[in-house]
Structures are given as structure tokens and as C-alpha cells.
Design a protein around this ligand. Sequence first.
Ligand SMILES: *Cc1c(COP(=O)(O)O)cnc(C)c1O
Length: 376
Amino acid sequence: MLTKTKIYLSSPHLGGSEQKFVDEAFATNWIAPLGPNVDGFENDLKNYLGENNYVAALSSGTASIHLALQLLGVTHGDEVLCQSFTFSASANPIVYQGATPIFIDSESETWNMSPELLEIAIKDRIEKYKKPKAIIAVHLYGMPYKANEINAIARKYDIPIVEDSAEALGSTYYNRKCGTLSDIGILSFNGNKIITTSGGGALIVKSKEDKDKAVFLSTQARDNAPHYEHSSIGFNYRMSNVLAGIGRGQMEVIDERVLARRKNFEFYKKHLSHFKEIKFLDEPENFYSNRWITCIETESFELREKIRLEFLKDDIESRPLWKPMHMQPIFKDYLHFTNGTSEHLFEKGLCLPSGSNLSHDDLQRILDNITKTLKT
Ligand SMILES: *Cc1c(COP(=O)(O)O)cnc(C)c1O
């Protein structure tokens, strides 16, 4: 009998040119956290995101969020408002800075930060003489958050936004690229993201001064002197020139990767939406998702688990939707403003295999499996 290969949720998908850029790094001895690939990758990203953006390639998305908070002056005792329905890396850097996270639930049209709850939370904190220092909003699974509404509230109360676009490179909102919609954007190039450098991230800022400052802080904050001189605390967060070579190769195929992920979504939706037990998240008008992960909302926890466990038996990886931060053991005692949306999604939602390298046979195998589960 033929053994079936495992189908992953979201696995790396090389384009072809990565090896050439990595070989170049070896051939020229640029085995360091600086060099032509770092500059080249930053340029590729800048060209992709738009000329008025400045990009610093860093060691991870998490490091990028940490540095963003550092640039915004978030420090010990500050409060930071963070989307609850996200991956923990959105919130961890708040704690690295000695600040306190406060979690905000989602609305049901994009599954991202609820503008209503955001404003309620801001008003509550201001009443208690504790104006939040920053907002971390997330384009979860590639779906843009309601940036017009969120930006308007942030501006009204003069609070900067960190735009966690780790899952949303290639998504757009009113034709503007995610990662560029707010004050500081961040990207991730972890192995499971839409493009990868094996591990990596980027900070997107609006001025050359902010980029220079980010690079300075990410390379140990070395002052201009012949010896090592430091007047601020630095980080070792710059991207390696070897890994940036992978990123340059990946940027050649980013458009194809987005289209492939969107095609996965269309395939699942076409063949499954007639089952009334299953719902998909549609794009509101002018929202364009890279469909990094195709998610389904099932009618019950029991059905979700049944689907997940049948997948598991057939070596198909799936995962419940991200567990909200306000429910996590490490974060549950922090203040949160909730409306039930993310708890409901966590209970009933499932991430389907969504890699851009899924073959038609893979998709058919997944479809056959879930169809069988739904019919029994
Ligand atoms: C992956 C991810 C991060 C962290 O990125 P890393 O590069 O893995 O550190 C942050 N936020 C979200 C929403 C993510 O999905």
C-alpha cells in the first residue's frame, strides 16, 4: 500500500532563486547581520509596500514588535491595548518592556479588534488616569482589520498603533498594503508565514530617521566612536545576510503565493459552503485578504473536534483557531474588554491546511476527508 505523506497546515514554499542569493552570501563571505542581501531584501520590501515606507529587516516578527514598542517609548508601568484574538507573540513584547497588556476582543466581520470595544477601553483607562501608551492591532489570518475606524479612534485620543501584519503580507485594505496602514507595521518571515526566511521579521516605519534608529537599536546601540560606546540599551535583532538571501528569492514569487493561498480558500468554499454546519469568513468590500490560512467556523465544538480528529487519522494537520490571549493561563488575570466573539471562534473554529504548495491531490484528499466527516 502506498503510504500517504503528511499534509501540513502551512509549510515553507521556495521559489527557486533563494539558493542563488544564499550562495552569493557564502561566495562573498557576507556571513553577518549586514550585507548586500539585507539591503536588497529591504529594497524589495520597500518597492512592494510603497516608496513612502522605510523597512528594517530584523531577526523575527516578535523582535520587530518589541522594537516597535521601544521606539514608541513604551516602558515599565505603561498600559498597552492589544487584540486578544491573536498569536501570543503580539502580546509578549508588552511584558518584555515591563508594561501591562489590556486585551480587546474582536468584531465578527473581520475577526479583528472591535473599534467599539477599543474606544470603551480607552475611555475607561483615561477615566482611571491611565491613558494607554500604544495599541497593537492584528490582521489575523491575513484579513485586514477595520483600519479606518481603528485609526480614527487612535487619532482622536492620540495613541500610536503597532500594526501586526505578521500574517498579512500581500493583503490590502482600500488598495493599500497591510503593514503600511498605521504608525508602525511589522512583518514575520517565520517558516509558516506566506513567505519565509526560515526565521525573520521586519519593521515598517514612515521616516528614514525612524528606520536608522531601529537599525541602531537592533545592532546593539553602538554610538559613533572607535571603541564600543553605548548611551542606550541595544538589542541583537538584525537579520542575517544569509537569511535575507532567502527573503530576496521569496519576494520574486510573493504575488503567486498570495494567489495560491486565495485559490485554496476558493476551493474549500466552493466545495464546502453548501454544508450548513460550516461558515467561511467573507471579505467586506475593499478588504483583500492574502488568505494566509483558510479558517472555518463550525456549528459546534463537537463537530469541530470530530473534523480535526478525522484529519489527524489521515495525517492531515489542522488546528483550532488561536486561543484568545485573555483566556491564556499566562494572561488571564490582566484586564480585558470582551464581547464573546473570540471565545466563540476558539470553541468552534478550525484552521484548514493552507500552504501555497498544496497540490490538487492534497486538496482533494482534505476535501474527501472532511466531506465524509460531515456526512456521517
Ligand atoms: C508569527 C506571528 C508573530 C511573530 O512572528 P515571529 O517571526 O514568529 O516572531 C507575531 N504576530 C502574529 C499575529 C503572528 O502570527
